[in-house]
Design a protein around this ligand. Sequence first.
Ligand code: GCO
Length: 453
Amino acid sequence: MGFPSDFVWGSATSSYQVEGGAFEDGKGLSVWDNFCKNSETIWRSQNGNTACDHFHRYKEDVALMKELGHKAYRFSINWPRVLPEGIGKINKSGLDFYSRLVDELLNAHIEPWITLFHWEYPLELYYKGGWLNPDSPDWFAEYADVVATHLSDRVTYWMTLNEPQCFIELGHRNAHHAPGVMLHQKEVLLAGHHSLISHGKGVQAIRAAAKRDCKVGMAPAAFPRLPVSSSEDDIRIAYDVTFSVPKPDGWNISWWLDPVFLGEYPEDGLELFGPDLPPITPEDLKTISQPLDFFGANIYTGHYVKKGEHGNPVEVQDKPGCDITMLYWPVVPEVLYWAPKFLYERYKLPIVITENGMSNTEWISLDGKLHDPQRIDFMARYLKEFAKAGDDGVAIMGYFYWTLMDNFEWARGYRERMGLVYVDFETFKRTPKDSAYWYRDVIRSNGEILFKD
Ligand code: GCO
């Protein structure tokens, strides 16, 4: 019972959310730099220009992770920091920043896990059409090649895209995120298809450039359905709904991941999208379905379903007063049991939870500490469910808490605090929360303290 001995324990961040240094050292602009300039959708018009100032304080942050017992750190590369125009000219000092970060991590015995794209699309390429441009997969492959060429002598673990569902839907359909446009269905589907081809070409580029054995995956969002009971009927219904494409938008799993892992778009989606579909060639699907080494999944919450009278799925409403986080996401620990089980059954790769965590409203107490018992409880409940999935035969490979430190939570600005470490956004002082020390002890015991009474 419990976690495998080589289980990967860490936490995650993304570049725009923590780095700052938005206009420094030859970095080009991303769609997020631009979007935050005059966005009315962002809480109190905040931005990530300075964020946690990790760009200047990365050494302190790595030392903190070491103190907190981290075995691994998932972070992302800011594309236009490396290639200011997205393609072509390389910004050497941008690359050097990531190279120094990698060295610092390795010296601290922390394994770097790199995400290539966590939403900082280069503005120059966006002006050329962004994901709508049929050349966009080649642009991404060029970027992947540059990063892998420079860092793969020391980095083993790679992820191409973070949550294609979110950057396509929130950024291109409802203008809630950068680049903040509202495209038509046909264009949204085309942009999504190009993003998946980019993933495939990115995987090829990483493998071709890799100077050491590399492990490659993706970090999609997972929106699972859970069975309301343990009856076989409810379980099957929950599985089927989890992998269905019920609505004409991209908030699902299978539209994005069946092509990647099974080499084809799901039938129900093809039928639903019909005349709006982009041309999809067998060659595209071959590129998209590159073999991968692990299944990364960002999982926070889930919703229950049951089998209705006529065999149909019935959504179960959240109970009034149910436990929710500050993002208004219901607290559903069982999701870390059912989602890994379903994902493993369908896609058959070891599961890494690339994100899981909770936001809250928090402040430092009079004693100078930050007490966050709810986060400890949240993590304990979710981790125990994940271990249970492992006991039931799912290959569980790792867990990255989202997030290392409080940071810029996209449209919600600095309103949400999700970190293990509290950040004062005026002084940039870091204060590890109670949960950070508790998590350190979980890591030290390889999860065993979770099962002590
Ligand atoms: C996402 C991203 C993270 C978020 C986190 C909480 O899911 O939006 O991967 O950048 O900060 O998920 O919303």
